[in-house]
Structure formats: C-alpha cells, structure tokens
Design a protein around this ligand. Sequence first.
Ligand code: PMT
Length: 400
Amino acid sequence: MDLKDKNILLGVTGGIAAYKSPEIVSILKKNGANVKVVMTESAIEFVTPLTFQTMSNNVVHYKMFEQLSNMDVEHISLAKWADMIVVAPASANTIAKFAMGMADNLLTTVLSASRSKIMIVPAMNTYMLNSVANVENMNKLKNRGVIVTQTLHDLLACNDIGDGKMLEPSQIVDLIDFHLTEKDLEGYNFVITAGPTQESIDPVRFISNHSSGKMGYELAKAATKRGANVTLISGPTNLTIPNVDKFVSVLSTQDMYNAVEEYFKKTDVLIKAAAPADFKPKNYSQEKLKKTDANMNSIELVPNTDIAKHFGAIKTKQVIVGFAAESRDELNYGLKKLESKNFDMIVINNITQENAGFKKDINTVKIVDRNKNITEPGTMPKEQLSHVILDKVLEFLKAR
Ligand code: PMT
C-alpha cells in the first residue's frame, strides 16, 4: 500500500455505520496518509468530533461559518488540500444533495468545490439504497466520474437483510489506495504464475513443494493496481483469490503449461513466480497404493515440461521474468537460468536465508536483467518487492 503523504479528506455523514469510520482514519494513518475529517451535524449524533480529532491529529470540521482559520475560506482550502475525498458512510440524504449540486453544509460545500477524486461509500437501509431516487442519484454521480462503491449484503441495523451495509474499513482503504495509484501498466496483458504444482502418485498422494503462492499473488495484485490486465495462473494455495481479470486454477505442471500456452500469444509480460514440480511420477496408479505394494519402495520419476524454457525459446515481443529458488551459489545458478531460459530478467532468492523464499511475507532477492545489471533491493515485504520488479518490467516494456 502506498498512501505515504497522500492527503485524504474523510467526510462522515449521519448513519450507524459512522461508528466504523474512525477505523478508516486509523488504517490510513498507519499507512502514512494525512487525514482531515469533515462531519455533518447528524454524524455528530453518532460519533464525537473528538474521536476523529484524536485519531487524525487534526481539527475536525463540521460548522459552515465558524471555523475560518488564517482567514482561509475553509471549504475551498479543504477541497484544494485533498488528493481524494472519501465520504464514508454516505447517507441517502448527502448523496441526494451532492447529486443535485446543493451546498447547504460544510461537507456538501467542500464536495461541490472539489476538483480532486471523490469516492462515495454508501451505507443505508436496503430499500433506501434501491429506491428509484437513490439509484438515480448514484448513477448521476457515477456519470460525473465520482466513484460510488458497492455495499455489503448482510443483516442491517434495521433488522432487514439485504444490500446496504458499508464496506469494511480495510476494503475502503484498499479502494482508496487503488484509485490513487498511477495506472502506468494500463493496456498491458500480464500472465503471472504462482504457487506450487502437484504431481499425483495415486488418488491420495502427490509430489509438491513449499511454495505458498504469496510472491505471485502479490505481483498479481500490484500489477492489477497499476492498471494491467492480469491473468493469474495458480497452483493450489490457501490464499484468497485476488481481484484480477482472470484467475486460472491448475494442479500439475502440465496444467500450468497448458494454461500459459492459452494466453501467451496475447501476453506482453509473463512472470514465472510459480514453483512448478520439476519431476513427476512415471506412472500414475488409479488405485491407492498399499503399504505392502512392492513399488512403494521407490517411485520412478520423469522430468516435467520446463514451462519457462519453452516460452523463453518461442517468445516474440513478450517480456519474461523468471524466478530462481536456490539453496547455494544463487547468483551463479540464477545467471545460468537467465541465459538458458532466455529471460529478460531473473529474480533470485536463496531459500535458505532467514528473510527469503517460501511462505514468508518478506523476501530478499537479487534481480539480474539480460544486460547483467544486478540490483539488490534489500529485505522488504513481497508487496513492495512486487512494485520494484514491476518498475523494471515497465522499463523493458517502454524499450520494446
Ligand atoms: O510462493 P512463495 O511461498 O511466496 O515463495 C516464492 C518462491 C520462492 C516460490 C518464488 O519467489 C520463486 O523463487 N519461484 C521460482 C521457484 C522455482 O521453481 O525455481 P527454479 O529455480 O526451480 O525455476 C526457475 C524458473 O523456471 C522459475 O521461474 C520457475 O517458475 C520456472 N520453471 C521451473 C520448472 C518448470 N518445470 N517450469 C518452469 O517454468
């Protein structure tokens, strides 16, 4: 998440969901954003301005005429200050006023005067949400370029079950982050492979490895956030499927190869963060092998298709990023893979290092490009590392 030094103006309107809004401030602050809060008079009935003041470290604004600071015109200076205005929760009343261009309180006045991005996060009774007037108002705002988010389907405060619950604070902050991120990968098709593969021995057992899929999933999320069309081809993992254009679930290395082949021609960037099994059993047993079976003592293995090598050999315009998981002499082995698989860039991790490799949320890598430039970005979260990798991919794309 990259919200450092971003100015977020949070508008809070009167609704029971307002009790969750301080958490939005908290998450934004933790991620380095500057936050100011504007409340409507009815919002104050639900949460005190002091709560937001304490959490944001800023004066909370709610009176239209009494808070001129340094002779600034408050609604103009707040509107100019914000990189993004987020109204959460947004009541039907405030949505209607904003859609109509009314400016009868500080929040609606700031909204009317703003030229920055605006995100409306509705929260209300399901019948109000779906009322003809509210739907028309939300559509009007969408047509003006305002971001109007979904609501959640749940048991609501009024005891009705349906749409209308405000998104969770973490989801709201994710959306703020998404909408404030420059879409510098827009128009590019990415295929990213992630996770382990499984090679079945019999209906019960398989050969696999320790890949959790975290590195590949973070890359997929980061590329999506930057506007790329992402197809994520994943072996079995325990991770939540991220918000990507296409998610393809595979089991074996052959399945992964088939999936890459389907998309490769239209791909601009192939990132091979997966750890496909290099070998598979020569014979698959349809029946569960018994402990007493003679062939349980040894399983004959045969090499699997090397997906990266195959597509490296036939690539035309594609930028291909490989990974190398090594347990010693990583730079040497990595360089050999860069050449033999015709990668444009390789990300090398020594999986024996404490802060690197399988399952961890952080990674320590060396990145080597085809011109043998070596970058060592240091130990960092896989999310942040993904952006470092994507920055380099963008350089290759621009130079094509
Ligand atoms: O998933 P995590 O828990 O987050 O861990 C991340 C990771 C350590 C799995 C990842 O960062 C990584 O290093 N992936 C590559 C693992 C691997 O298979 O390395 P390799 O050195 O065996 O293969 C080199 C390259 O060829 C890799 O890009 C691999 O995807 C590819 N390959 C390998 C074998 C094969 N049959 N087909 C392939 O395409």
